[in-house]
Design a binder for this molecule. Structure first.
Ligand code: ARG
Length: 460
């Protein structure tokens, strides 16, 4: 077997070495980026006279042919192809001989693979952003359609105060928007070309890293060749943003698991977005929601595993860095699929407002409103809290319904009892950003504009 670096070695590589160190099995998906990087490199070599016009034309057309073979699956990989980079170069050289042998002039796989991953990340983070705004669009549409449907808001997973369903859905929407912002911020740092850094130190040849950076659509070239091939913080922060997205989806998933249970009964999944049981004929299971929760675990693992890989590596490139790809690819795949599946599930879920509202109308849900009524009358809040707390305790002890006890309480009376009536409490959440119909109408308007901005930020 003959590798591209065989010159210095007497014999061929051991089978175990190839089996253990190859990355072709997972980095072949970088081929569009590898071809793009090679095209830019060839054009750059031609601009500075390292390739003749005829040579660059020959190599570029060989790259076209290789791209076509990789695209339609006819590319024949051979045993010595260690990674996508060596496979492409080997094939180009087969196709155009001596001109092909000049492809790697002034380049190392270190700057090449770093370039490929940055190109891949720019594309992929934009795709994840598009899926994020799609899910935000679903949440917005469901929030707009939810009208004044309300449900219990929870703290500690205990009923706390009623909130509009729209308010609850938009809470997830705003959180997803921060991920869109984070992606844009990370892309700013991903958008730097390492091409021209060579193995670690640049070149004696008259390379033009600014030219290749511009050719590839990067915003800038590297400032320091050691940093260009020896840094992966952009990989770590991409993994981190994907992890935060996965964690949000896992939390949304957990709520859908709860809401679709018979105990809550707040929502019913569309048949197309639910699964059955192989044994229990009556079952309808929220597997998408569960896997959104479950897969967050491996996405967290991808981040923490890669952080451990980076730790303690002396500058610059180390082969350890080849381990950046599998976590990155896996997190991106899982997060992309989870976003799409959650969008479909949420777009088609049926809410059960009667169940939501019956749960929210539990009389104790208005306890805070009762205390605030006393505060409006001039009672210090701590005292009001104690008065209402005492009434709740007596209601729970079976002395009567809370509304009856409130009506009989001189400082509250019928004014107080009216607050305990169904549907009243949520309407009293009137402050900016609050959970009642007034502020939620404003919030919907603001979310619509923000979503336009998030969409536009992806288009840039
Ligand atoms: N497949 C390798 C990677 O992704 C290519 C770099 C190998 N470089 C080297 N100097 N052996 O990191």
């Amino acid at each position: 077997m003959s590798t591209l670096w065989h010159g210095r070695f007497e014999g061929g590589p051991a089978d175990e070495l190839m089996a253990f160190t190859e990355s072709l099995s997972f980095d072949r998906r970088l081929w569009p980026d590898d071809i793009a990087g090679s095209r830019a490199h060839v054009r750059g070599l031609a601009r500075v006279g390292l390739l003749s016009e005829a040579e660059s034309t020959a190599v570029l057309s060989a790259l076209d042919r290789v791209a076509a073979e990789l695209e339609d699956g006819t590319f024949a990989f051979v045993a010595s192809d260690e990674d996508i980079h060596t496979a492409v170069e080997r094939r180009v050289t087969e196709l155009v001989g001596a001109a092909g042998a000049k492809l790697h002039t002034g380049r190392s796989r270190n700057d090449q693979s770093a370039t490929d991953v940055r190109l891949w990340l720019k594309r992929t983070l934009a795709e994840i952003g598009a899926r994020l705004v799609e899910l935000q669009g679903v949440l917005l549409a469901r929030a707009e359609a939810a009208g004044e449907t309300y449900l219990p808001g929870y703290t500690h997973l205990q009923r706390a105060q009623p909130v509009l369903l729209a308010h609850h859905l938009l809470a997830h929407g705003w959180s997803l928007g921060r991920h869109v912002d984070r992606l844009a911020e990370v892309v700013r740092r991903v958008d730097v070309s390492p091409l021209g850094a060579g193995a670690l130190a640049g070149s004696s040849l008259p390379l033009d890293p600014d030219g290749t950076a511009a050719d590839l659509g990067f915003a800038a070239r590297f400032e320091n060749s050691l940093d260009a091939v020896g840094s992966r913080d952009h990989v770590a922060e991409s993994l981190f943003v994907m992890t935060l997205i996965a964690i949000d989806l896992s939390r949304l998933g957990e709520e859908l698991v709860l809401w679709t249970s018979e105990e809550f009964g707040f929502a019913r999944l569309d048949d197309a977005y639910a699964t059955g049981s192989s044994m229990l004929p009556q079952k309808k299971n929220p597997d998408i929601a569960e896997l959104a929760r479950g897969k967050a675990g491996r996405v967290i693992g991808n981040l923490t595993g890669f952080l451990a890989t980076m730790k303690g590596l002396a500058l610059s490139y180390n082969r350890d860095y080849q381990e950046d790809k599998e976590p990155l690819f896996d997190s991106a795949d899982q997060v992309s699929r989870a976003l799409s599946a959650m969008s479909g599930m949420l777009a088609s879920v049926t809410w059960v407002p009667d169940r939501m509202q019956a749960a929210a109308d539990a009389e104790t849900s208005s306890a805070t409103d009762l205390a605030e009524l006393l505060v409006a009358d001039g009672m210090p809040f701590r005292e009001a809290h104690a008065v209402v707390g005492g009434l709740v305790r007596r209601a729970l002890a079976g002395e009567g319904t809370l509304s009856a006890l409130v009506a009989a309480e001189p400082v509250l009376g019928r004014r107080g009892a009216a607050l305990v009536a169904p549907g009243v409490s949520v309407r009293r959440r009137t402050t900016p950003g609050g959970a009642g119909p007034g502020p939620v109408a404003v919030q919907l308007e603001r979310f619509r504009s923000a979503l336009d901005r998030w969409r536009a930020s992806l288009a840039r």
